[in-house]
Design a protein around this ligand. Sequence first.
Ligand code: NAD
Length: 374
Amino acid sequence: MKDGKIAVAVVGCGGMGGGHAVAISTGSGQALWMTDGSKGRELAPGDTDLTTKMVLAGTFDIKEERQQWARNLGFHTYNSFEEILADEDVDLVLVATPNNSHKDLSIRAMRAGKNVLCEKPVMMTSKDLEDVMAVAKETGKVFYPRQNRRWDKDYLVMKKVYDEKLVGNIFHVESRYHGSRGIPGDWRGIKEMGGGMMFDWGVHLLDRIVLMIPEKIKKVYAKTTHVTNDEVDDGFIMNMTFANGVTAVVEVGTCNFITLPNWYLAGDQGTAVINSYDDAGRMVRVRSWEDKDATPILMGEGLSKTMAPRNADSVEELPLPDFTYDRNALYSNVCDVILGKAEPIIKNEEALRILRLMEAALESDEKGIAIDFE
Ligand SMILES: NC(=O)c1ccc[n+]([C@@H]2O[C@H](COP(=O)([O-])OP(=O)(O)OC[C@H]3O[C@@H](n4cnc5c(N)ncnc54)[C@H](O)[C@@H]3O)[C@@H](O)[C@H]2O)c1
């Protein structure tokens, strides 16, 4: 502890670890990358000011240029991982290195008496996470998976639409992110380092969809894409069927120059959509089902009544709900868990289920069959 606060050492000070260092040191919870360095975002109503709970002890990266970057921002830099482990002030090691090093670093940190906040995907396999969970139990240390996109506004808005039946009972959900830049040219293209979009984005999208639809997952069918990269998947489309009959499509694409909606929820009383990262979204709800017998429209070379647009007064279009919440809840909860004041919001068992789900998806992809999951 430092000044009564949780002292955090960040291991791996690249894109994400550097972001953590700025987020924690400013208390803002999020780094804003600027051409002239970086700063934290402004706190909004509802946000925990992290400077009240945690303090940045320092950072360590195996690359000197990243050490220098940290020093330029005034951060203390450790000379080795061992030096972090030997620092008695450090309560929490934040692992933000490429995926294949998470297991070793996490286990060594816990054995040295440190708690661990580990970037997603926490491990390369579910077996690895079981091993790490055993070490957490044996050492009595906290191991906390950073599946942070549960706090993205687009997800929370759509979860509210689902939970509060704002477009009726949902029968189908689509969650996707489409981009067109391929895989970043770093370790994300290397299989043995845990590259590929299933590991990179799949973990977030799956974490959210299984929280939204809290039912057993009966079937999983997935197909990965290799449009721009042979070694690892550069995207995937995954179909899931839940025990309550709800179906979901989860998709990541990196060669999509025209994008499909990030969220599409189909309910028996309406439809909700969020088209892109900067779209607040909308929902259209039915007012009257009386409008059954529409005048046929000419559709291509034929007529259709079924697909004729509705009369405007039989539906209503509304904005999606808006609300404030604590965008720093994850960091805040980690501190409270370490201090024994709260239960973890993100449970290791949940991270384990997501790893198993990704394994089922990859098995489905390899065998070309649907997998019975739970
Ligand atoms: N939760 C999120 O939203 C989110 C977003 C981006 C990345 N991530 C995760 O964060 C992790 C890092 O991703 P990134 O984008 O920052 O990668 P990056 O390549 O930008 O940074 C990784 C850094 O780790 C350093 N490094 C590698 N091995 C090390 C070791 N043994 N000790 C110390 N430093 C070491 C590298 O030199 C590099 O600077 C990955 O697990 C990734 O999946 C999470």
